[in-house]
Write a protein of this length. Structure first.
Length: 352
């Protein structure tokens, strides 16, 4: 097996941010396109502690493509598969008539021999073609970005892991005020409060690996029981002019148990009063498909930032990197990722 068989899947463009996060958790990492690799011993830390990742797989090994499906019998299924458990096989670049069903049958027969109950989620197995071989990996966690607190998504919500990546990219650690004056359903503010309070994003999640019969189950539970590492949250304020959006933000903050640590109010962006102590202002402005109208929006955002937010750092999401020229100060737009199927740039700077 590879030295680092655990793969944290990451939205392309955020690999370095995710790697830095795992290093802080004490993991031995390697950055690869679209992800970060870690040793199997670090799997509990990756699952429970990663805010930026979107999913996790564990590589079991490789087999020759021309030996499928029989070669799958030699994989160490005993550490990840419970008797009677259903199996789902996902193919990436692997060709062959009926090969998917044949592979599922081979793995399922292995499970049936061991007996046991079947009231478990399906074990998802990935077969990924690499030249004449196929990587065999099992899914340890899917949709890692789902924290469990979002009941009211709001309009075009930003995923939790993307909000966490933006905060990390802006070097926000929970020691300074944060304001989101276009908060929508409250993702930035809620993620910021959880970071400041030191609550692990996966502390209450049931991962696919939580059902494995091997040693990981207990290790994951022990990792989840570790106390929060943060202190009190700084001033975190969220506002929006849309009453319905504010209702979603309040419901989500309550479910995340951070409603006592954030302030949510109704206000238009250009009327928000910044706190006395400067910090970070983050924005995900609404924008349309027409660039002309979008330029007008970002010119307005830049003008308000310059007029009212002197001394503050900012992080503003852009649907087009060229819009960064409107932002105040020296602007960095190197970080970009995909949100809702569209490419998004992060503009970072300071208002002087």
């Amino acid at each position: 097996m590879a030295k680092r068989p655990v793969r944290l899947r990451v939205p392309p463009g955020l690999e370095d941010l995710a790697a830095a996060e795992l290093v802080e958790l004490g993991c031995d990492v390697e950055v690869v396109p679209g992800g970060v690799l870690a040793p199997r011993a670090d799997l509990p830390k990756v699952l429970v502690g990663s805010r930026i990742g979107s999913g996790v797989t564990l590589q079991l090994g490789h087999v020759r493509l021309d030996s499928l499906p029989d070669a799958l019998r030699g994989m160490p299924w005993q550490s990840v598969l419970t008797g009677g458990q259903r199996v789902e096989v996902v193919l990436r670049g692997v060709r062959g008539r009926g090969i998917e069903g044949k592979c599922e049958a081979v793995i399922a027969r292995h499970a049936a021999k061991r007996g046991g109950g079947a009231r478990l989620p399906a074990l998802r197995v990935w077969l990924i073609a690499e030249d004449h071989r196929a990587e065999v990996a099992v899914e340890a966690a899917r949709d890692l970005w789902k924290r469990g607190w979002r009941t009211a998504p709001g309009r075009a919500p930003l995923r939790e892991n993307l909000a966490a990546a933006v905060l990390r990219a802006c070097n926000w650690t929970g020691s300074e005020p944060l304001v989101d004056p276009m908060c929508g359903s409250g993702t930035f503010g809620i993620e910021a409060a959880l970071i400041a309070l030191g609550r692990a994003p996966g502390a209450h999640t049931r991962f696919a690996a939580s059902f494995w019969p091997g040693d990981e189950r207990g290790a994951i539970e022990r990792e989840q029981k570790k106390p929060a590492k943060g202190g009190t949250a700084p001033s975190i304020r969220m506002s929006d002019r849309d009453t319905r959006q504010l209702g979603a933000a309040r419901a989500n903050a309550s479910r995340a148990r951070v409603d006592r640590h954030v302030r949510i109010e109704e206000a238009a962006f250009d009327t928000v009063e910044p706190p006395d102590r400067p910090g970070l202002v983050v924005l995900n402005p609404p924008y349309g498909d027409r660039l002309a109208g979008t330029e007008k929006t970002y010119r307005h955002v830049a003008a308000v930032l310059e007029q009212r937010w002197e001394g503050w750092r900012y992080g503003v999401l852009l649907p087009d990197g060229r819009l960064g020229r409107f932002m105040p100060g020296e602007v960095d737009t190197e970080i970009r990722f995909t949100h809702g199927g569209k490419r998004v740039w992060l503009a970072r700077g300071r208002i002087s």
